[in-house]
Design a protein around this ligand. Structure first.
Ligand code: HEM
Length: 167
């Protein structure tokens, strides 16, 4: 007879959608810190939370990001979007930024190296930004990324670098 109050057996999370499975290394909630820079601005430090979530019935990952000033906690930039991986290793991403800028990104992932690299195909409603690239890597349980941008005055170079841990 089972003891009163015996723990239920642990339930396995449902398997991700087959197109999402190669990018399962991204799924979950991540928190960490980053540094922003660009030749035209003073560098700054920020805190960040990223959430990659999905439903097993849909071939899409929902993405939300928020950042805050490292020193005071005051909110900074935020963005959200959708990542659509394909079976050929390519991925397309749409992102809406809190500044009003909209991005369509295309690129590829490597499930073994746990990397994703994206380049903007379209940057909309931006007064200065011409191009954006994003590179993500998960290694040793940490997610790191570099965001580069080109503007009307400055060639493509890093704007953001961050390191986050899964929480
Ligand atoms: C400045 C774009 C993400 C914080 C800028 C500038 C641009 C820009 C165009 C002005 C550069 C210039 O005047 O030459 C972007 C884009 C982003 C992004 C396209 C995402 C792809 C972020 C994030 C943060 C941030 C995540 C905060 C964590 C700042 C700050 C400045 C700045 C503090 C300097 C503002 C000032 O000095 O007035 N960004 N940004 N940006 N960005 Fe970003």
């Amino acid at each position: 007879m089972a003891a009163a109050g015996a723990a239920m057996p642990p339930t396995q999370p449902p398997a991700p959608h087959p197109l999402v499975a190669p990018l399962a290394f991204l799924l979950g909630k991540w928190r960490g810190e980053g540094e922003g820079s660009f030749p035209t601005i003073s560098s700054f430090r920020y805190g960040e939370e990223l959430i990659f979530s999905h439903h097993p019935s849909k071939p899409v990952i929902s993405y939300t990001q928020k950042t805050w000033k490292a020193a005071s906690g005051e909110p900074m930039h935020a963005e959200s979007g959708y990542w659509r991986p394909r079976s050929d290793g390519s991925v397309e991403v749409v992102i809406a930024q809190s500044t009003g800028l909209a991005e369509v990104q295309k690129g590829s992932y490597d499930a073994d190296k746990r990397t994703v690299t994206l380049q903007s195909e379209l940057v909309g409603n931006a007064s200065k930004v011409k191009q954006i690239t994003r590179a993500f890597q998960v290694a040793d349980g940490e997610l790191s990324y570099v965001v580069q941008m080109a503007t009307i005055t400055t060639s493509l170079q890093p704007h953001l670098k961050a390191l986050l841990k899964r929480i």
